[in-house]
Structure formats: C-alpha cells, structure tokens
Design a protein. Structure first.
Ligand SMILES: [Zn+2]
Length: 186
C-alpha cells in the first residue's frame, strides 16, 4: 500500500516536471474537482486562490479552464488523468483524508498556511476587504468585540467573517499543518 502511494506521487512529480512555466514566482493557484470541496475551503482559508468545479461540469471544460487560468487541477478522478489535456495541468490525489491531501500539497508546493490566511471568502474565493460598521451589525452580539478587531467582508456574496469559534477551529488546523511543514523542513 505504502509502495503504491509512493509510486503515485512519483508519477505526479514527473507530470509536474513537464509543466509550462505557469505563475513562476507567484503562489500556486488551484482548481478542485467537485469531490474536493472541503479541500477547496481550506486552501481558500490559507489564502490560496482556489476555484471549485460545479457539480457535473465536463472534464474537458474543467481542464481547459484550469489551463487557461494557470491553475493546478486537483482531482480524485483517474479518468481525468487519461485525458490528453490533463498533462501538466492535473494532479491526481490519492483517496484519503483532508490531512493527507494537505500534507502532500504542502510539501509539493511548499505552501505556507498562515502567511495569507483568512484573506479569501471560503464560499466564492473572492478577496475579503475590511468590514465596515454596517457589517458589524450583522455579527452576533456575543462576538461584537472580536468582530470590531478584525472583521472582514466579502464584496461578492456579502458574508461577514469574524474571529469566532469557527475561525478558531479553522485556524488551529492551519497552525497544525504549518507546524508539521516547519518540522519537516528543519
Ligand atoms: Zn463571498
């Protein structure tokens, strides 16, 4: 099992080596297939520009969009890898937990999970802006103090993000991933 896992990763690396110079020097951008919605949310929470495929979107369409937008298509679907457009664009992840996917991507792309964390909307990927006083009014009273310290607003969908319990849970996960990354690179 372990051997198969390593072999898969090696194949992935060889695919990466053929990639045209997309976004060199810029943070990687991602496109998650529809099975990877949870991963997409966490990549967004870490600040990585991540698009999520619509349910039922055709493989060809997704691959073309990923190539045009300079995104890595992350997929669990082996069939996508057989498509000729997948070369240098798609990365096949092993079936596994969110932690295992994040660990692989973190090592492979040398991701930093904290540097740009909580700068994007988890739902639509838009960059967040500082919330105004009008937005604070929509925050529950128990979190008003926290909100006024660091609330952000999504200009696309109107959501307001503040440092409540959901934020703390997500942040703990990002911190854990970053600590493991740091331990491995020491
Ligand atoms: Zn939004």
């Amino acid at each position: 099992m372990r051997h198969a896992h390593i072999e898969e990763m090696t194949q992935t690396h060889s695919a990466v080596a053929r990639v045209p110079a997309l976004n060199i020097g810029s943070p990687p951008r991602f496109y998650c297939d529809e099975m990877l919605g949870h991963l997409a949310r966490f990549l967004r929470s870490a600040g990585y520009d991540t698009r999520l495929a619509c349910d039922g979107a055709a493989d060809r369409k997704i691959l073309r969009e990923a190539a045009e937008e300079g995104r890595w298509l992350l997929t669990l679907d082996r069939c996508i890898m057989e498509h000729k457009l997948s070369r240098g664009v798609a990365i096949l992840l092993q079936q596994g937990t969110l932690d295992s996917h994040v660990e692989f991507l973190g090592n492979h792309f040398e991701l930093d999970f904290l540097e740009q964390s909580f700068t994007r909307c988890l739902i639509d990927n838009a960059l967040l802006v500082q919330a105004s006083a009008a937005h604070y009014a929509r925050v529950p009273e128990s979190s008003q103090k926290l909100a006024q310290e660091a609330a952000k607003h999504c200009p696309e969908c109107g959501r307001v993000y503040w440092r409540g319990s959901h934020f703390q849970r997500m942040r703990r996960r990002l911190v854990g991933w970053q600590e493991r990354r740091s331990a491995e690179t020491c």
